[in-house]
Design a binder for this molecule. Structure first.
Ligand SMILES: *Cc1c(COP(=O)(O)O)cnc(C)c1O
Length: 411
């Protein structure tokens, strides 16, 4: 079969056959699905035939979203969840047990640091590597380590993980490599193709694109060989081959914890996905231009953006991303007061605790999304009191530049 380009795949790559020739997959707003015979339902419950039974388990609208994500990330299957945090919880808890250890990058999204904190109560501990390099990950691996975790672009530290390098280290030690690809999106990089084993998204962000639904999704690469000694709970699912990880999740934690996505939100994600390539192209070109502009503005503003040559992770970003460097920029302003003044005086960007909207969003991470982190955790996550995070939207770039210039130059 011919391999299409990114946008063509988004628009024509789904295998959905919609009733009445509908051009969008309908919202199957149904909690459960009726069957003609008891035999049929028995087979569905025994995983012996395809079919739908109950929306907590699966649903045609949700499945259509999952299939699109599987294709975009180049995996073997996906599980859509009620939020990005639910997808992360599922991805990790599907393999971890009491006594296990995780090695994770330090620049993680605050919510993920909090989740890993919560897991301590279940006997699961985490070591954060200060420097995001394959060597540093290797040094942190212990006999109890059972997962390696990173974000492609750390939010908001903007460290860029060497996916191929870390995957190689993880596999050398018999460990799966899980990657949160929310900030980069499959437009910039498909981590499974570079050796990652599971990719997780907060699809509330760029995948959805318009900030109209919370959701998450995990995509399995299907290549990792689960050693039953290290992962005893995986043993009974080995018969599913590349689908072992997904089979365990769907027949276990996912259905038992009830982290399912709403069909309406899957529909909104399907709509949003059609323009992911187009939006990312504009998000990235706007971010690049704004970062360069702010960098040249002076007035005590320091810009961090992986697209800038002086950025510590520029080289690896340039090597592994195609089509841009993402749309998150952080600014160090000199003081919290100055940061607040800038946030308060900007006209176009909205003060919103979110990223990936079509509109430009700004926030002071230290007092909001990272407020629950300890000072040590903040420093590890690259959060400073004088820092502003921008999620650059798709507005006309000249308007954005002028708004920032006016505020920073103090007119
Ligand atoms: C937003 C975000 C999450 C959490 O996703 P929700 O959909 O808000 O639950 C996880 N990881 C990253 C990188 C995020 O930006």
């Amino acid at each position: 079969m011919k391999e299409y380009g990114f946008n063509t795949t988004l628009l024509h790559g789904s295998e959905d056959s919609n009733p009445h020739g509908a051009t969008q997959v309908p919202i199957y707003q149904s909690s459960a699905f009726r069957h003609d015979t008891a035999e049929e339902l028995e087979k569905i419950f025994a995983n012996k035939c395809a079919g739908y039974s109950y929306t907590r388990i699966n649903n045609p609208t949700i499945e259509s979203f999952e299939k699109r994500m599987t294709k975009l990330e180049g995996g073997v299957g996906s599980v859509a969840c009620s939020s990005g945090m639910a997808a992360l919880t599922m991805a990790l808890m599907n393999i971890l047990r009491n006594g296990d250890h995780v090695v994770a990058a330090a620049g993680l999204y605050g919510g993920t640091v909090e989740l890993l904190d919560e897991l301590k109560a279940y006997g699961i501990t985490t070591t954060y590597v200060k420097e995001n390099t394959p060597d540093a990950f290797e040094k942190a691996i212990m006999p109890e380590t059972r997962a390696v975790f990173a974000e492609t672009i750390g939010n908001p530290k903007l460290d860029v993980t060497d996916i191929e390098g870390v995957a190689e280290i993880a596999h050398k030690h018999g460990l799966p490599f899980l990657v949160d690809n929310t900030v980069a999106t499959p437009y910039l990089i498909q981590p499974l193709r570079l050796g990652a084993d599971v990719v997780i998204h907060s699809s509330s962000k760029y995948i959805n694109g318009s900030s109209d639904a919370i959701s998450g999704v995990l995509v399995s690469g299907g290549k990792f060989k689960w050693d039953p000694e290290k992962y005893p709970a995986m043993a009974e699912f080995k018969k599913y081959g590349p689908f072992a990880y997904l089979a365990k999740l769907r027949n276990g934690l996912f259905r038992s914890m009830g982290a399912c996505l709403a069909p309406q939100n899957a529909f909104l994600n399907n709509l949003g996905l059609e323009t992911l390539g187009l939006r990312m192209q504009r998000h990235c070109s706007n971010a690049m231009e704004l970062a360069e502009f702010l960098n040249g503005l002076g007035h005590g503003i320091t810009v961090s953006y992986p697209g800038l040559e002086e950025h510590p992770y520029h080289e690896i970003a340039a090597k592994q991303f195609h089509g841009g460097f993402g749309a998150i920029i952080t600014l160090r302003t000199g003081s919290k007061e100055r940061a607040f003044q800038i946030l308060n005086e900007l006209k176009l960007p909205w003060l919103v605790s979110n990223i990936g909207d079509t509109k430009t969003l700004v926030i002071h991470p230290s007092s909001t999304i990272a407020a629950h982190l300890s000072n040590e955790e903040k420093e590890l996550s690259g959060v400073y009191d004088d820092m502003i995070r921008l999620s650059v939207g798709i507005e006309d770039i000249e308007d954005l530049k002028e708004d920032f210039r006016r505020v920073i130059e103090g007119e």
